[in-house]
Design a protein around this ligand. Structure first.
Ligand code: ATP
Ligand code: MG
Length: 267
């Protein structure tokens, strides 16, 4: 299997579009413009990028960013082995060489000195300098950079520089409207839309508490978890508590409020 084939998305991911994001992303890709997808956790950003890679027939290289990540983790480094030193490409370099869509997930987690390595790849130069190796990699014609970003979670210290932000086009993602979300949950977990719709109602009750005791409401991901447990035969109220309440808060009052919403919704 070639390096490129190894990164192709194997089968069509299920993605329910919320608006015109599919055609807009395709337009950005056609021009090879870098894309930033913004939105709360579990709202479909990663699924969307997988779907677009599949639709466009391009390999996808995903990197989960974190604060300990260095530029070498992205770009590559020399390794020592029995036969001496050997250069190993990092995921960003691999993506630039094979013409993949490179998805840097949660880019704000990375330190700013790490983030700047993407700059020459995201403007007209489309190159990646491997300083330690003394090589200048010209990005493959199919290469595109996509980053994700959870707005609001980061402190002022942890935001992207304007010089980074202004290299991207952007999409705002959010939880889908109730009917669409119920459809997604039903399809993902294989349960009826009636029950899915009620689970979404519980999620909405929690989303109203954002900023009033909850940092973030119940994501679509957690609604899918609850539905999956129900599909496994778990009692509805137990499934809701286990998937949608216990993980998100330890606050006794908020738990009581959400437990009440569950009982009222499924009464
Ligand atoms: N539009 C959608 N179509 C299909 N599935 C969706 C959609 N939106 C959400 N989902 C479901 O929600 C789950 C979480 O979505 P995803 O992993 O893409 O979230 P995310 O926005 O990348 O979250 P995070 O910021 O935490 O990485 C998916 O696994 C899928 O089950
Ligand atoms: Mg994600």
């Amino acid at each position: 299997m070639s390096n490129r084939e190894q990164f192709l998305v194997a089968s069509e991911p299920y993605y329910q579009a919320q608006g015109r994001e599919v055609e807009l992303f395709a337009a950005a890709y056609a021009a090879r413009l870098p894309v930033m997808v913004k939105g709360p956790t579990g709202c479909g950003k990663s699924r969307f990028v997988e779907y677009m890679a599949w639709t466009l027939g391009k390999p996808l290289v995903t990197v989960a960013c974190n604060e300990d990540m260095t530029a070498s983790d992205l770009v590559g480094r020399y390794l020592l082995d029995a036969s001496g030193t050997r250069w190993l490409d990092g995921p960003l370099t691999t993506a630039a060489r094979i013409g993949a869509i490179c998805y840097l997930d949660e880019i704000v987690e990375a330190r700013q000195d790490t983030t700047v390595v993407i700059h020459p790849l995201t403007d007209h130069r489309r190159v990646l300098p491997l300083d330690k190796k003394g090589e200048l990699v010209a990005a493959h014609a199919d290469f595109q950079l996509v980053i994700s970003y959870n707005p609001g979670y980061q402190s002022l210290m942890k935001d992207l520089k304007q010089s980074t932000k202004q290299r991207f086009t952007g999409f705002d993602f959010d939880y889908p409207d109730a009917a669409l979300e119920a459809q997604i949950v039903a399809r993902e977990a294989g349960i009826g839309e009636g029950v899915a719709g009620r689970l979404v109602k519980v999620a909405h009750a929690a989303r109203k508490l954002k900023g009033h005791g909850l940092d973030e409401g119940i994501s679509t991901r957690l609604v899918v978890y609850a539905a999956t447990l129900i599909r496994q035969g778990v009692d509805v109220a137990d499934a809701c508590r286990m998937a949608m309440v216990r993980p998100i808060t330890d606050d006794a009052d908020i738990r009581a409020t959400l437990d009440h919403a569950i009982d009222a919704t499924f009464a």
